[in-house]
Design a protein around this ligand. Structure first.
Ligand code: MLT
Length: 324
């Protein structure tokens, strides 16, 4: 009996020692960064910036894999169920990692319990963008047209619970309409459909449509924020237009499956913070329309607090908006 107990204890110690030795060696091979939306959109662009930071600071390849579907929850679920060893990382966002429970009663993962936070990557305000020949040239005309013709409208979004879905849900609830919402695997394909005239409008983080807005191929009618975007100074805010309920600047952030060794979390969080401090990375994020994130809001603890506070603030609003 005593011998069996001793053998079991030695085996357990071996697992702990090997595990922590592995964590010290991390990363020893290529890691995957799951981006839960289509290539070319805000989540993908942000995920690739993050993967590049990890590759440069941690000396191994961090490869992006786009795992799309169900408003990003397919990829998030895959990440939640992956081994907690730092080799599968999620570049998630406000939808996948805080608000998805409002839309999926059987989500399959708990955003707060099944992930360990690494850190915030970026926050971008959303824009209301309409196709070039949409019969409204400003936000007031848009509201009047949408109220008069709700059945004619086709709204593109990146799936139930995605931030493009949530943004337009807030807008629709504020103006009292329920138009047809068409799901795509990300807002990059939504933009293509809007350029092709199959979709009338979308609510997308600013970087998603910026170049097409600047080229005049689609029209930006409002920034869903208190202050205007320096990149689009002529586009008024929803607050200026008397619709403060349409206000959303989703966070994009990095998570790992819960139970990941602390040494691995520390390495990832340290690398992310160093990368985000680089002038070139800050310049790139500013060019994409990201809001400035003060250093005090970086890191695992700040992200855990943000997830908790955004879920507490927005889940009741979204549940009410979805019922309207
Ligand atoms: C995307 O990258 O397609 C969007 O950020 C997804 C979303 O709208 O949530």
């Amino acid at each position: 009996m005593a011998r069996r107990l001793a053998t079991a204890i030695i085996a357990m110690l071996a697992v702990v020692v090997t595990g922590s030795a592995r964590a010290q060696d991390y990363p020893a091979r290529t890691a995957t960064v799951i981006v839960p939306f289509a290539a070319g959109g805000p989540a993908d662009i942000t995920g690739r910036i993050v993967a590049d930071i990890f590759s440069r600071y941690l000396g191994q390849k961090f490869v992006v894999e786009n795992v799309v579907g169900a408003g990003g929850t397919t990829g998030a679920l895959r990440a939640a169920k992956a081994p907690a060893d730092g080799y599968t990382i999620l570049s998630g966002h406000l939808g996948t990692n805080a608000l998805a429970p409002a839309f999926y009663p059987n989500l399959g993962y708990d955003p707060q319990k099944d992930f360990d936070p690494i850190g915030l990557s970026a926050e971008y305000p959303e824009l209301l963008v309409v196709r070039k020949d949409f019969p409204a040239n400003n936000f007031k005309e848009f509201v009047a047209y949408a109220k008069a013709n709700p059945d004619k409208l086709n709204v593109g979004h990146a799936g139930l619970g995605s931030v493009s879905y949530i943004g337009c849900l807030l807008l629709h609830a504020a103006i009292g309409i329920k138009p047809t919402m068409i799901p795509f695997t990300g807002t990059a394909p939504v933009l293509n459909a809007m350029l092709g005239g199959q979709v009338d409008y979308e609510c997308d983080p600013v970087l998603g449509t910026l170049s097409q807005v600047q080229a005049g191929n689609v029209k930006a009618l409002a920034v869903a924020a208190r202050k205007r975007s320096p990149l689009l100074p002529d586009v008024p805010t929803s607050h200026e237009q008397g619709l403060p309920e349409f206000d959303i600047a989703p966070f994009y952030a990095v998570f790992v499956p819960s139970g990941t060794p602390q040494a691995v979390i520390d390495k990832l969080a340290g690398a992310l913070s160093k990368g985000l401090n680089e002038e070139a990375v800050q310049k790139r994020l500013a060019e994409l329309g990201a809001d400035n994130i003060e250093p005090g809001r970086r890191g695992p603890k700040a992200l855990a607090d943000l997830v908790k506070s955004e879920a507490a603030r927005l889940l009741p609003i979204l549940r009410a908006a979805a019922e309207k």
